[in-house]
Design a protein around this ligand. Sequence first.
Ligand SMILES: Nc1ncnc2c1ncn2[C@@H]1O[C@H](COP(=O)(O)OP(=O)(O)OP(=O)(O)O)[C@@H](O)[C@H]1O
Ligand SMILES: [Mg+2]
Length: 243
Amino acid sequence: MDCVYVDNLTRTFNGIYALRGISFKVDCGGSIALIGPNGAGKTTTLRILAGLLRPDSGVVRICGYDPFNEADRAKACIGYLPEDAVPFLNLTVRENLEYVAILRRLGDVRGVVNEILRLLDIEDIANKVVASLSRGNRQRVAIAMAIIHKPKVLLLDEPLNYLDIPTQERVIEIFRDLNRAGTTIIVSTHIMSIAERIARDALIMNKGSIVWRGSINELNSIAKSSGKTIEEVIVKLLENSAG
Ligand SMILES: Nc1ncnc2c1ncn2[C@@H]1O[C@H](COP(=O)(O)OP(=O)(O)OP(=O)(O)O)[C@@H](O)[C@H]1O
Ligand SMILES: [Mg+2]
């Protein structure tokens, strides 16, 4: 089954195309990285999938549900980490997590919150208000909020921004564990080394269109056989797509 289905999606801002009719599917349990230059349309795609931005036209299904006409069911199915996510600043870390756990109707709120605090290694800051935290620690809290309910589909927009190296490693492992347990992952990133560790497939976007879709292994083979780095291969694909 497709957990994410997108057909001929378009979106404009002030008459300018951010998405020019993109189509793709992700199998349940799959993982795909959205890769592309600034302004390619990655965040716009994720915001539409999360049901936060209406497309001008096209079809979207998340776990089989329309994120706009069946919003409750679609939202119950996803976890979303926005670009530059900001938790409620005047609540503590624990209060933010309790709030999400209650909204998500999770039983044993205290137990679930303690478990996610442990998983992200943020027990020591649990009682601090988010406004007092460093940017990296805010990002850790935002990640905890996005995954507290072990979503069926996880939408991640530049998830490792601001994180120190040990935390990046920990978070990558958490995402991989979720994916192994069946969570479908869509992750936008500019960093190929991160894309290949979180995702199996790549969707390369440029100026609102999909330029290439395939496995990251395939990209690596193309790179190897042409004596280039994977980044150089992507730049070439982007140049070719620009005509
Ligand atoms: N709220 C908005 N108002 C006007 N234009 C917007 C808005 N959001 C996005 N855009 C435009 O849509 C296009 C796609 O933007 P988007 O944020 O999806 O790109 P991106 O691939 O996520 O880029 P980045 O790598 O910089 O995060 C850009 O041209 C951007 O300027
Ligand atoms: Mg973006």
